[in-house]
Design a protein around this ligand. Sequence first.
Ligand code: S3P
Length: 443
Amino acid sequence: MKLRSQKNDVALRGEVTVAGDKSISHRALIFAALAHGRSKISGLLEGEDVLKTAAALRLMGVKIEKKENFWEVNGVGIAGLSEPEDVLDMGNSGTAARLMSGLVTPYNFTSFFTGDASLRKRPMGRVFEPIKQFGAKIISRQNALMPFAISGAKDALPIEYKMKMASAQVKSCILLASLAVRGTTTIFEPEKCRDHSEIMMRHLGLKIVTESWNSGTKISYSGLQEFDAKNFEIPGDISSAAFLIVAALLVKNSKIKIKNVGINPLRDGVVITLREMGGKIIFENEREIGGEKVADILVEHSELKAVEVPAGRASSMIDEFPIFAVAAANAKGITKMNGLAELKVKESNRLLMIANGLEACGVATKMGDDFLEVSGQKPGEISQPKNLVKISTAMDHRIAMSFLVMGLMMENGVEIDDDSMIATSFPTFKKIFAGFGVSFLES
Ligand code: S3P
């Protein structure tokens, strides 16, 4: 469905909670599936991406049920999965595809994977390389694209693997494979990237060793450690909160509290950067849940000024660049974002989609192979297009949500061509804005 947003000066005020963290939700389901016994998961993101992981695990013999306030998973133990009888459809989710590929690597069976039109364009070679090193066989479309099949390695041997890019999905793929492999698997990550898998493994009592290695981490894990079920409490997703944070910073008189959000230091780059731009964002009631840092986030309308985002920070805000660019478009001066090469292989070519979308909104941009410059103006000073701006979202949930927020600053509004993908990560997005009195109109 097409959806429209328009400047209406309705301030965002009040307290909200956002949907559960997507990365942690996928991992909680997978680790619960491999535990001995029954786990309860509360706060699970009930978005389509995570439901794809649940469906795939069910196809491998894991009983997963939604109860009233939580999800219940009956673990089968490591190496307890059975051959999926059908193709594993990963939908729009790169995380589901790459993590589940690792999971099936050490099994003596064959799994077939596919995804939607967006996922079928995304590179899978990055996980094929370590998976093959474990001894599994892969058949895929040309250029390592989906659909593909993995014939697991019956007698997989541990690997030592230097990752070529800072990717938590690649790291987690290898860690999940290593769970059922005898011997010590070692991973070298070139730069630190989200460590939810490592945190969850420690929470479950697994012995995983991490040490600094250049500007990244060396991670070692000895497989075949069994573990008992534990309950999981999933915090709100900072990547979803980011849409509310930016909207509250931009819309005058706004003041909101987003309760119970994960603030893992490898995910909080967007907050650090927005603060550098003058954004009033405070973490309150900081605490730890299941090893993850959590806080309530207080945000107040602020006048923003441009900054330069260093390449080294990119992985800690990789999913937030679309909405961050909207903040930059409404901040005085030229904001330069560096280290963006990975944005080209997300749910869409986000580097291009952000630049094209902002240009359509009357914002000048300059795009390089791995950077983006946005010439921002104070809200009200952007030379506003005379008509409704039409944005194509290319099946990308974060492009859709970002430009709906951008529309709140646009006199003649913004229309996105399809809102359906929002359900992959933030099914309550529209409802939360409606609760603030900001409705997006169907066109
Ligand atoms: C994720 C890792 C990131 C991120 C994605 C979720 C994860 O991808 O963009 O949305 O849960 O591990 P990469 O690891 O490919 O950078």
